[in-house]
Ligand binder design. Structure first.
Ligand code: TYD
Ligand code: MG
Length: 448
């Protein structure tokens, strides 16, 4: 049977279907199927033409040593596992304006200055625009050869001719394969573009940093499809208006996915923030509603300020706004505070924010959220405002505090930055109620 000329592809999981469905049969997402034109079917290979190959015992396989190319950006090298592996494919995702082009331009600049052959391919901006950015950046950013092009065939031919060691493709959504009729950025196009770049890059040993935009929902467009193709997936997060940005690996074939890098956007590009804890502790207000969380960002301890505001509301239902933490965790913490710690917020609006635009995705943040909300509700600073305190711990549904990973490293980080008193799950503090008593000893109920 001939393949249909069009198929419906799910933008969330890449499942293909001959018919349109309101709900994706693959992942259950609603309204995610979009029509895609199909390339003329390639002649189907018969299964009879293959040649048997002798499998090799694992112990007899020669181990690969990955030489690494340093990007000159310490945090980026660390997240990658020690630098860029030649011939590898790295997908860098992030929302518009976060600094993907800046980061990749800087990396190529440093590589070029170190004598590597580089190429910056952009389908987003003109060469003049790219130059304008490079003028602000340090290192050899202005020496990087650039190709402003959206046609995939031209890009591939140029890559083949130039044979750079490291190349940036900014972005995978702007390139267009002429033999596919879908618009640039559609799932079919993105997959084809990434697939063909991957094949050329592997064949010619070109390391490719592939820039990808994330959708409103925070997923890389055509996510599953690309994640399988590439060796590393890096996620660049933060808010455009804020100065701090975090870079973390969601997948890494050549290193761990446990690390996070912190950057600051300045006039001259992105600057690594090696002492992020010191920054965040220094900037913490210590006012009512502020708590310092000893968080773990992968394997790295990080002190961040969690702020809360509890304010009377006319709205039904009241607002529950969470920035930098999961909204559902906030709802859970508020419910436990009310039910087990005698601290209900009733119909008030509650806003919680992790300062600096950092995102903490771990249950260890619960206690900081609870203490910040309690402190805001009571109008009293934690620890009486004199002794700065740090905290961490998961809040359980029965009001108990549960231990979280790496307590020693969290304690050590707090001590390093002068936070002598740490409230964490333990014998003395086993419940949320006890934690509140320890953190807000003399807080009188808020005056009406
Ligand atoms: P950009 O790297 O273009 O973001 P993306 O490629 O992810 O869309 O830059 C993001 C923002 O950073 C842009 O609004 C301008 C700002 N910026 C600086 O503040 N300092 C700089 O040195 C540069 C190059 C950009
Ligand atoms: Mg860009």
């Amino acid at each position: 049977m001939a393949k249909p000329a069009t198929v419906f592809v799910c933008s969330a999981c890449g499942t293909e279907s001959a018919k349109w469905h309101g709900q994706c049969p693959g992942c259950g997402a609603w309204n995610s199927l979009a029509e895609e034109a199909r390339a003329p079917a390639r002649a189907a290979r018969s299964s009879g033409g293959g040649r048997a190959v002798k499998p090799v015992r694992l112990a007899d396989v020669r181990p690969e040593r990955h030489a690494r190319l340093s990007t000159g950006i310490g945090e980026l090298d660390r997240i990658l596992g020690g630098g860029v592996v030649p011939g590898s494919l790295v997908l860098i995702g992030g929302s518009p304006g976060i600094g993907k082009s800046t980061l990749t331009s800087m990396a190529l600049g440093h590589l070029q200055a170190a004598g590597r052959r580089t190429l910056y391919v952009s389908g987003e901006e003109s060469a003049a625009q790219i130059r304008l950015r490079a003028e602000r950046l340090p290192g050899g950013a202005l020496d990087v050869p650039v190709l402003a092009e959206t046609d995939l065939d031209t890009v591939l031919a140029t890559l083949d001719a130039e044979r750079p060691e490291v190349c940036v493709v900014d972005s995978v959504q702007t390139l267009h394969a002429a033999d596919l009729t879908g618009a640039a950025g559609s799932v079919g196009q993105v997959r084809e573009v990434a697939d063909r770049i991957t094949r050329l890059a592997k064949a010619r040993s070109i390391a490719v940093l592939l820039v990808g935009h994330v959708t409103k929902e925070g997923a890389l467009a055509g996510p599953r499809v690309l994640e399988h193709l590439v060796d590393c997936v890096l996620q660049f997060e933060g808010e455009r208006e804020r100065t701090y940005r975090t870079l973390r690996a969601l997948k890494n074939r050549f290193g761990s996915t446990n690390d996070v890098g912190v950057f600051e956007m300045r006039q001259g590009g992105l600057v690594e923030v090696a002492d992020a804890s010191a920054r965040f502790v220094g900037e913490a207000t210590r006012a009512p509603g502020s708590a310092i969380l000893a968080a773990m960002e992968g394997s790295r301890p990080l002190l961040v300020e969690v702020q809360a505001l509890v304010s009377p509301s006319e709205l039904v239902p009241p607002r529950r706004v969470a920035n930098g933490i999961d909204r559902n965790r906030l709802a859970l913490v508020l419910a436990v505070l009310g039910r087990h710690a005698g601290l209900g917020v009733g119909s008030a609006d509650v806003f919680v924010n992790v300062a600096g635009g950092v995102r903490v995705d771990e249950p260890g943040a619960d206690l900081a959220v609870a203490l910040a909300v309690a402190s805001a509700q009571r109008g009293a600073p934690l620890g009486g405002g004199e002794q700065p305190i740090a905290c961490f711990g998961e809040v359980g549904l029965t009001g108990e505090l549960r231990s979280v990973a790496h307590p020693d490293r969290r304690h050590a980080e707090a001590a390093k930055f002068g936070l002598q008193s740490v409230i964490a799950p333990g014998e003395a503090v086993a419940t949320l109620r006890q934690a509140l008593r320890a953190a807000l000893p003399a807080a009188a109920p808020r005056a009406a």
